[in-house]
Design a protein around this ligand. Structure first.
Ligand code: CA
Length: 372
């Protein structure tokens, strides 16, 4: 049994689960993950298998509406398309991408009506003057090619090479949310004139939705988000959740990684407030991690292969080298939680529900792991 050092702080009392540790029936393939804090005891059983290896610094894994699995590689700027049997179908090179420190080819999202529009959205870093910028760019994917490139919105320009964000999510209005990190320039996360430390919301062709919270001339949706690298929507409540890196030590005491509910027009505090603080007018995290786990991609699992996990939130953690499961109810309260794959596959970058209903976990070292 592995002692987990992570202290999970949840606003409300954690439901204490007393699932007995059942014997593994399939010793070779089954994994029993255990969390052993005094507050909770949860152990799930599942099978795990490395289904792809040798990827070059993969950043995003997305189940496409075409039934394929799409993976971005940060440094090479390649998009790799695998079928549901994990056989490589196609490799697309995205031109003009600058790979610099934490920047490069980052997230990928499909238009909600992709089969009609063929629109594919990418976030990637380009060189601008002496600095770099994350841009959100729309392509038409047709005849196996990325065509009709259209830049929709640019993130912060900075000479710093860290904290680009950058996750993409379509909301229920058909608008695109994109997260931008603070680029190590924390004060700008509160500046409404720049994109540092913001989540923005635009239409599918880059315009500003009329009901955006800061008026019809601002793409900004939330502010004070330090380095948000995960975004997803709860399958039932339709509330939007986000993961965000807390302070690194030089800018405030370390730790304080956050899982937040994202609400239009709200201020998530950085750099004035962090860790669990939630003064009037600011939103504090619903889960907070000290020491840091460095949360990256998040997904609400919607498959059928692991019915006990349906609609749970999964968080891929980099520094924490684990997959965190959070059972968040429709009111946005964490009911129970579990650490999975602890120290088994190194830094975990992203997570997705596979077209076949299994759970896919992307490791930064180039492996894709299937859980079912
Ligand atoms: Ca915060």
């Amino acid at each position: 049994m592995k002692k987990i050092a992570t202290i999970l702080n949840v606003k409300t009392a954690i439901l204490i689960l007393t699932l007995g540790l059942q014997a593994c029936t399939s010793a070779e393939k089954s994994t029993q993950a255990e969390s052993s804090t005094s507050e909770r005891r949860v152990a799930s059983q599942f099978n795990e298998k490395v289904v792809i290896s040798g990827l070059d610094r993969p950043w995003a894994v997305v189940a496409g509406p075409d039934g394929n699995i799409w993976i971005t590689e940060k440094r090479s700027a390649n998009i790799l398309i695998y079928n549901a049997q994990f056989q490589l179908q196609k490799k697309l090179k995205v031109s003009g991408v600058t790979s610099y420190v934490e920047g490069g080819l980052l997230d990928l999202a499909f238009h909600p009506q992709f089969s009609r529009t063929h629109w594919l959205y990418l976030s990637y870093t380009i060189k601008v003057g002496s600095g770099t910028q994350t841009q959100i760019v729309r392509f038409t994917y047709r005849d196996g090619k990325l065509q009709d490139q259209k830049m929709l919105i640019g993130g912060p320009v900075s000479e710093q090479g860290h904290h680009y964000g950058s996750r993409l999510l379509f909301d229920d209005h058909g608008y695109l949310l994109a997260s931008f990190g603070e680029r190590y320039e924390g004060a700008k996360a509160q500046d409404m004139n720049v994109m540092h430390g913001k989540i923005v919301r635009i239409t599918d062709d880059g315009k500003i939705p009329a009901d955006n919270p800061f008026g019809p001339n601002s793409a900004i949706y939330t502010i004070g988000n330090r380095n948000p690298q995960g975004l997803d929507i709860h399958p039932i409540s339709r509330r939007i959740f986000e993961s965000e890196h807390g302070p690194s030590g030089f800018d405030a005491p370390g730790g304080g990684d956050e899982i937040n509910e994202i609400i239009a027009g709200k201020n998530y505090g950085w750099p004035m407030y962090h860790h669990k603080s939630e003064p009037a007018g600011f939103v504090g995290p619903l889960a907070e991690y000290t020491p840091a786990i460095a949360p990256s991609g998040i997904i609400f699992y919607t498959g059928n292969a692991l019915p006990q996990w349906k609609n749970n939130l999964f968080v891929a953690a980099l520094r924490g080298q684990r997959l965190v499961r959070l059972n968040i109810d429709t009111r946005g309260t964490v009911r129970d939680t579990e650490d999975l794959l602890v120290d088994k596959y190194g830094r975990l970058r992203d997570v997705a529900t596979s077209p076949d209903g299994s759970l896919l976990v992307l490791a930064e070292d180039g492996r894709l792991i299937q859980l079912n």
